[in-house]
Design a protein around this ligand. Structure first.
Ligand code: C5P
Length: 223
C-alpha cells in the first residue's frame, strides 16, 4: 500500500502550521511545510536582487534554491536556505508576499512539485499548504481544509509577530492578509480552494487542542 498522507490546506493564519506540526508529532509522521519552500525561493530571489516580475529569473532561482529542514526536536524546525539559517526571515510578511507573488508562476510550481512529493516517506506524511489535497497529493487518504475569519487570522499573526518583537498593527496585517487571500484564490494555477473530498474545519474561536482532536479523529476513520 502507498504511504498515507494527510493534507491540511487553508489560507494564511488559519492555524495550518501549528495544527500540522502537532498532528505530525502525535502520529509520528513526517511534515511538509510547503509554504516554506515558496517563501525560501522568495527570499533567495531577494538575496540575488531578482525582480519579482522577472518570471524566467525566478524559475532559474527556484531550481538553484536549496532548502533543508533541520528538526532539532525543540519546537519549529530550522529552515536552511542555500546554507544560511533563514528561519526568522522566512516568517516575515515580506517573505510571505514574495512567496505569494512567485507562487503564481506555473513553472515555479511545476519545479517544486517533485520536491514536495519526495516528502512522502513511511510511516506517513502531514502536508501543509494551499494545493496539497488538490494538486500535489490528490490521492491522499485524508484531507482537511482549515479556515478562520480574516479578523481572527490577523489577530493570530499579530500575537505571533509581537511575541517576536516585530512592530505591526492589526489593521495593516488584516489588509495584507485580505490582499494575499485574494491573490491566492484568484490566480490561474492551483488557486486556493478546498479539494472536493476535503473536510472543512472553521477554527474561529476554537482552541488548538480542539482542532487537533478533530483532525486526529478524521485520520482515524477508514479512508
Ligand atoms: O503557508 P504560507 O503562508 O507559508 O505560504 C506563503 C505563500 O506561498 C502563500 O501565500 C501562497 O501564495 C504560497 N503557497 C502556495 N502553495 C502552497 C503553499 C504556499 O502557493 N502549497
Amino acid at each position: 500500500a502507498s504511504v498515507p498522507v494527510l493534507t491540511i490546506d487553508g489560507p494564511s493564519g488559519s492555524g495550518k502550521g501549528t495544527i500540522s506540526r502537532i498532528v505530525a508529532a502525535r502520529l509520528g509522521w513526517h511534515y511538509l511545510d510547503s509554504g516554506a519552500l515558496y517563501r525560501a525561493v522568495g527570499i533567495a530571489a531577494g538575496w540575488s536582487d531578482i525582480d519579482l516580475s522577472d518570471a524566467s529569473a525566478l524559475v532559474r532561482c527556484t531550481f538553484d534554491t536549496h532548502v533543508e529542514f533541520r528538526d532539532d526536536g525543540a519546537g519549529e524546525p530550522r529552515v536552511i536556505v542555500n546554507g544560511t539559517d533563514a528561519t526568522d526571515e522566512l516568517r516575515t510578511e515580506t517573505a510571505g508576499a514574495a512567496a505569494s507573488a512567485i507562487a503564481a508562476i506555473p513553472e515555479v510550481r511545476a519545479a517544486l512539485k517533485e520536491r514536495q512529493r519526495a516528502f512522502r516517506q513511511p510511516p506517513g506524511l502531514v502536508a501543509d499548504g494551499r494545493d496539497m489535497g488538490t494538486v500535489i497529493f490528490p490521492d491522499a487518504a485524508h484531507k482537511v481544509f482549515l479556515t478562520a475569519s480574516a479578523e481572527e487570522r490577523a489577530e493570530r499573526r499579530y500575537k505571533q509577530l509581537k511575541a517576536k518583537g516585530v512592530s505591526v498593527t492589526i489593521d495593516g496585517l488584516l489588509r495584507e492578509i485580505l490582499a494575499r487571500d485574494a491573490r491566492d484564490a484568484s490566480r490561474a494555477v492551483a488557486p486556493l480552494r478546498p479539494a472536493s473530498d476535503a473536510v472543512p474545519i472553521d477554527t474561529t474561536g476554537l482552541p488548538i487542542e480542539a482542532v487537533v482532536a478533530r483532525v486526529l479523529d478524521i485520520v482515524s476513520r477508514p479512508a
